[in-house]
Design a protein around this ligand. Structure first.
Ligand SMILES: [Zn+2]
Length: 133
């Protein structure tokens, strides 16, 4: 990377980072490695779950700590608050609505935080198995 400008390098690094750390991809890879198959990506279901297991009728969401206002990690942006506050608020509201809608169709909803997927995928996996059982 010696020939890249500083800007090019940081652009490049940010692309790599965001690709590697997408929590839903981490989790998909993880459960795949453990042999758990049979899920699909059901983008047509309300809320577009990251995973959907037909046999257990379980929709799994992996919520970004920023976008979904994780109580552990969320730090409110210091600038542009009139933009961010209502936006994040709407996301939270939407999550609640999506949960209700799915539950009304007898779909079990499982939500994981991004930080749990990154720090403790084992527990997430076990919780998923329990819900599927
Ligand atoms: Zn978090």
């Amino acid at each position: 990377m010696g020939h890249l400008t500083k800007e090019q390098r940081s652009y490049c690094m940010s692309r790599i980072r965001s690709k590697d750390t997408k929590p839903e991809l981490i989790f998909r890879r993880y459960i795949w490695a453990l042999g758990l198959r049979g899920y699909r990506l059901k983008k047509k279901l309300p809320g577009k779950p990251d995973l959907y297991f037909k046999h257990g009728n379980v929709a799994v969401f992996i919520d970004g700590c920023f976008w979904h206002k994780c109580p552990t990690c969320y730090i409110a942006p210091k600038s542009n608050t009139s933009y961010w506050d209502p936006k994040i608020e709407r996301n939270q509201q939407r999550d609640i609505e999506v949960n209700k809608t799915l539950k009304r169709s007898s779909i079990k909803v499982l939500r994981f935080w991004e930080h749990d997927i990154k720090k403790d995928p084992d527990s997430c996996y076990l919780k998923l198995l329990k819900t599927l059982a």
